[in-house]
Each structure stands twice: as structure tokens, then as C-alpha cells.
Design a protein around this ligand. Structure first.
Ligand code: CMC
Length: 429
């Protein structure tokens, strides 16, 4: 309950609005009764000042550049934990003990296969489809295959759907990739861990043995961990909004994938690497910096800036270090793209335009370099983001469904269209 109030004075009348106190972060003015009492809406396109829900999952301090999952700083999780443990933490709220971890790992591993008929579903897509297009379709189609976990009012079914989504998304992402390059689908292997299994499904072929490099599997796992959740971003809000109508979890996650695809969000990892490749050499950087600063040019430095972070994205720091390690491991540390990235970062961090607008490199700036070095084409970057974020989406969706004060999401608007007018006959138009 709020012990503070904010006073709004409107046409001489005062309205006391409760102020809600979070564990940390800015207080929130509770305007839920404002329309009923004062007959006004608030106006906040892009939700720059609006909390759409309360949540216990993830916290970001954008000024300090901090990210916590369930209270644990991302740097500690990146260093000491691994993706499936982070999944458990996000879904169930606490770190697992040894027994709980084993049970969870076993459960995920044993649900990685997808319904065999889904294989035929893939074949309906053009061979050159973007893997994100395929992902939106096949993840949405899961609701047609797993009927026994679509009753959102049954907590057990919600749990089963969560496990299925976390377990099967890597399989579907790898299938989308294999389909796009004309190679046979590779079935998951239960003796491999989550990240190693994903690399196996993407890179092995029936004609020869493929051995997953444990260091690359660890780098893959780190990418999954760093993308696992990010509080109420556009795709997560999309999942919550879709879910608020009572839609099934597979449909909701498909909606999240569609939203993630855009270049301002998850699609930025593909766009960032393509931009670095387009720049091509260090001497061309000034030209691109000039374009990014030009108000009449829509060009933006992809992988820079963030709605919430006005400091270094903490995920980018970890990612940068991992990029150095992976490239050294593969013996390609003199990679031209990495050189361009490092120089671009150096210049942008000193440039008055970027400094004054607090535009720092974000997670997408370095992830593409690692994924490309591992052998992924740029079109797979966003599907990898999608599979990593699925646990965040499903945790947020579960939190929303279990919330007794949950309501269908229904924003209002500031109508600025034509006033009421009468329909004219065609001859009078
Ligand atoms: N390059 C050049 N200028 C930029 C950039 C950029 N990357 N980002 C923001 N600005 C400028 C923008 O022109 C604006 O200038 P002014 O105030 O003079 O009009 C100012 O900075 C504020 O930008 P905004 O668009 O109002 O900020 P936003 O919070 O609405 O947008 C953003 C955040 C991430 C969409 C934006 O920074 C952007 O488009 N970045 C490039 C795309 C990108 O890297 N996205 C990945 C985000 S991290 C992963 C994820 O969450 O999915």
C-alpha cells in the first residue's frame, strides 16, 4: 500500500494519487483510478514514463548500467552460472539446489525433440525464407501440436508449456537454419548440454562427425544467458499484451518473436554486423559517424543507444570480453570487422554527439561478431536472440497470468482525427 501521494490539480480540483514504492528504482504514481475520478487520460506514446505492470523478475538501472535477474547481477551470473540455471532462476524465482538443477536439466533435455509432423510444416516455407519468418510461423504452430498445454488456467499446463518452449526453441531455430541452407534437419542429442546441443543441431551433417568445441559452447551459453530477460522491453510487453487476452502461450511467444524481429530491437544484432561489414575498413568510419549525426539522414549506428541504458550496457561489457576470447581461440583476432568495431566504439565514446546523448554500445554491438566467428550467417542472429529470450518471455507471461489483479491490456488514445461528420454521396465528394 502507498504511504505517499502525488497531487494533481486540474481545473481547480485536487486529486491525490498514491505513490507506489519499488524495492529499488523510481517510485510510480498510481493513476489507475484517474480516468474514473477526473475523466482524463495520461499521454505517453512509447511508454517512456509508464510502468505497465509490477514484476519481480528483472531490474535494470539504466544510469548505472546495471542488470539483475531476480536480484543477481548479470556479471555474477555470466561468470559463475550457466544458461539452464539462469532459466530455472527466472522461471521459479530462486537458484536451484543440486537436486532441483538435475531434475530441471533432465526435463529440458528430454523435451528437445519436436513433433515429427512439424518437419512437414517447415517444408511449406520458401527455401530462402528468413529464419525469423519461419520461427514466427512454427512457434505459433506449436499450439496446434501441443493441445495438452494450452489451458492457461491450469498451472500445471502453464508449467509444461514453459518447459516445452525452453526445450524446443533451439531445435526449431536450428531447423529454420538448416532449412534455409538446404541441409537435413539434425535431431537433438541428450548427452550434450543445452548450448552444445544447439551448435550440434546447427553445424553437424550426417556425412561426418562433428565435435562441439567446449569453449565455443561456453561462449554460446553466455550469449543465451546475457539475452535471457530484459524486463518490459517491446517484445516482452508484446507477449504480456497478447497473453492478457487469454491467448495460449505458444501464440504469445510467436507474437514476441514477431516484435523482436525489428531492427530497433532484436534485429539490431543482424543490422549491426551488416553495418560493420559495410563500413569495411577503419578509414571509412568518419563517413559513417557523420551520417549518424546528420538529422536529415535516417542512418543510425546500429548497436548503439538504448531506451533504458544511459551508460554502458552491462551485457555489452561481458560480450566484448567474450568476443576477444572467441576470436583468439579461433585464431582470427585480426579480423577486420572486429578492428572496425573497436575503432568505431572508441570514436563514438569520445564524440560529443554520442557522449551528450549518452549513446553507448549495447548488447548487439558485439554479439554479432562472436556469432559470425562461430559460423552463423547474419540471418541467424535474431533467431538466436529469440531462443535465448524465450525463457524471459515465458517467465513474464507466467507472472502475468498468476497475478490476481491482471486485466486485459487496453491502452487509451488521444484522438486527433476528424470530428463527427455526415456521410456525403459520391457525387458530393
Ligand atoms: N545512432 C545515432 N543517433 C542515435 C542512435 C544511434 N544508434 N540512437 C539514438 N540516437 C539519437 C536520436 O537521433 C535522438 O536524437 P535527437 O534527440 O537529436 O532527436 C536521440 O539519440 C534519442 O534517440 P531516441 O530514438 O529518441 O531514443 P529511443 O530510446 O526511442 O531509442 C533505440 C532507443 C535503441 C531504438 C535507439 O537508440 C536506436 O535506434 N539504436 C540503434 C538500434 C539498436 O542498436 N537497437 C538495439 C537495442 S539493444 C537490444 C534490444 O533491446 O533489443
Amino acid at each position: 500500500m502507498a504511504d505517499k501521494a502525488a497531487r494533481l490539480t486540474l481545473e481547480g480540483k485536487d486529486y491525490d494519487l498514491p505513490v507506489l514504492t519499488p524495492t529499488v528504482g523510481p517510485e510510480c504514481i498510481d493513476i489507475r483510478k484517474l480516468y474514473a475520478e477526473a475523466d482524463v487520460f495520461t499521454f505517453d506514446p512509447g511508454f517512456t514514463s509508464t510502468a505497465s505492470c509490477d514484476s519481480t523478475i528483472t531490474y535494470i538501472d539504466g544510469d548505472k548500467g546495471e542488470l539483475w535477474y531476480r536480484g543477481y547481477p548479470i556479471e555474477q551470473l555470466a561468470e559463475n552460472s550457466h544458461y539452464l540455471e539462469v532459466c530455472y532462476l527466472l522461471v521459479y524465482g530462486e537458484l536451484p539446489n543440486k537436486q532441483q538443477m538435475e531434475t530441471f536439466e533432465n526435463l529440458i533435455t528430454r523435451h528437445t525433440m519436436v513433433h515429427e509432423q512439424l518437419h512437414y510444416f517447415f517444408r511449406g516455407f520458401r527455401r530462402d525464407s528468413h529464419p525469423m519468418a519461419t520461427m514466427v510461423g512454427v512457434v505459433g504452430a506449436m499450439s496446434a501440436f501441443y493441445h495438452d498445454s494450452t489451458d492457461i488456467n491450469d498451472p500445471k499446463q502453464r508449467d509444461i508449456a514453459s518447459i516445452r518452449l525452453i526445450a524446443k526453441l533451439p531445435t526449431l531455430a536450428a531447423m529454420a537454419y538448416k532449412y534455409s541452407i538446404g541441409q537435413p534437419f539434425v535431431y537433438p542429442r541428450n548427452d550434450l548440454d543445452y548450448a552444445a546441443n544447439f551448435l550440434h543441431m546447427c553445424f553437424s551433417v550426417p556425412a561426418e562427425e562433428y565435435k562441439v568445441d567446449p569453449a565455443l559452447a561456453r561462449a554460446m551459453d553466455l550469449i543465451f544467458t546475457l539475452h535471457a530477460d530484459h524486463e518490459q522491453n517491446a517484445s516482452t510487453s508484446t507477449v504480456r499484451l497478447a497473453g492478457s487476452s487469454g491467448a495460449n502461450p505458444f501464440a504469445c511467444i510467436a507474437a514476441g518473436i514477431a516484435c523482436l524481429w525489428g531492427p530497433a530491437h532484436g534485429g539490431a544484432n543482424q543490422a549491426a554486423l551488416e553495418m560493420l561489414q559495410e563500413i569495411g575498413s577503419v578509414d571509412r568510419i568518419p563517413e559513417y559517424i557523420k551520417r549518424a549525426k546528420d538529422k536529415d539522414d535516417p542512418f543510425r549506428l546500429m548497436g548503439f543507444g538504448h531506451r533504458v541504458y544511459k551508460n554502458f550496457d552491462p551485457r555489452a561489457k561481458v560480450m566484448k570480453q567474450s568476443a576477444d576470447e572467441v576470436l583468439a581461440l579461433l585464431g582470427i583476432e585480426n579480423n577486420e570487422t572486429l578492428k572496425v568495431a573497436k575503432e568505431l566504439e572508441r570514436i563514438a565514446l569520445e564524440d560529443e554527439y554520442f557522449v551528450s546523448k549518452k549513446l553507448y554500445p549495447n548488447v548487439d554491438f558485439y554479439s554479432g561478431i562472436i556469432l559470425s566467428a562461430m559460423g552463423f550467417p547474419t540471418s541467424m542472429f535474431t533467431p538466436i536472440f529469440a531462443l535465448s529470450r524465450t525463457v524471459g518471455w515465458i517467465s513474464q507471461w507466467k507472472e502475468m497470468i498468476a497475478d490476481p489483479q491482471g486485466k486485459i491490456g487496453r491502452p487509451r488514445q488521444l484522438y486527433v482525427g476528424a470530428d463527427r461528420r455526415d456521410y456525403p454521396e459520391v457525387s458530393a465528394r
